[in-house]
Design a protein. Sequence first.
Length: 409
Amino acid sequence: MSAPQRRPRPAVARLARLRRRLTVLFAGTTAACLVVLAVVAASIDAHSRTEGLDKEVGRRADGLARAVWMDKGVLHLEPLAEDALAKEPGALAVVGGRQTPDVRWSRPGPGALPAPARIDGLWRRVLSEQDTVYATETSRDGTTLRWAVSPVWDDDSIGAAVLAAADPGPGERDHALLLRWLALGCAALVLAAALIGHLLSGRSMRPALRALDQQEQFLAEAAHELRTPLATLRATLESGGGAESVRIVDRMGRLVGGLLTRARVEAGTQEVELTPLRLDQLVEQAVEEVARAHPGAEVTVSAEPVVVAGDPDLLEQAVRNLVENALRHGGATPVEVRVHPDGVAVRDHGPGFGTRTGAGGNGIGLAIVGWVAELHGGTVEAGGAPGGGALVRLRLRPEPERSERAVPE
């Protein structure tokens, strides 16, 4: 049978979550910066490759446009047979006409040229811009090529145009390879950044972890140093028969325990777990224990079944503090405890809050009650009761969509 695993301390768990968040933040920021840089680099590379391809294909088209010539509408293509540019690899064509251009010469053949409608569009762009134009077109055989179209002048008008093409495939493959390397490089750098961020955040949190260990050790020693003399004093008083003194010592012990619990929770060395529980049963049990410790005290409980999400030990301590506070300051008057869907109300018939005196006042006990209420998402309201006396309400949020049958009796 394997040994049960020890749960991490709440404060350590919070620091671990903070460390993970810092790691994710560091890696995410690095990733965002790298993505921006990669996009810029890819855009620059794509533009540079397109510009280089246009320069190459434009050089051929312009050179061949100067080689062929027109005279009074007659196109002379004889120079193409000897021109070195015409012998370079790549599709070529010469088109001419007035409204609709006709293909006058092509190499390697019509299948390497764009569709007639696309050629017509390029021809109209040349006539409009009066200069070399560039476009990416798909040929009739399905090949995508980068085209340059340069005008051939007949005196002061354009009578024909030379189309030269280059294959963008090699450049596109190199660009795709660059993108893959950029993606791999970014992924590697993000992983490295995450690792570095994790290590740096861990190193920066070491002082906090040491401080938590020291605080936990201090609280453990303080609990021992405070509880040991109280236990000794209680044993001495029990042997001497001082019942009232024993009750005072018990109350001091509970207050010390409450303060230490509060210190542990706020320091993150103890976790508060809220579970569904029957508030009415918890209050009845707490009042019964208080009544046993105060013989002769008149404490009545009026309760209806109420289920809340809470820590049973903390809620019991809060109820005990409220009832003991009412017994201590209300004198010999009855104390009424009522459990309702909003929480617990404790009333005494004493002088009320405005005229209370005596050692201890209302401070520590009610302060612990207020802290317990805050942990449970509730509040504490203290004031005068109708007809005299003090009324303290511990308001808690009921457990949603649960009835008394949802919690074992």
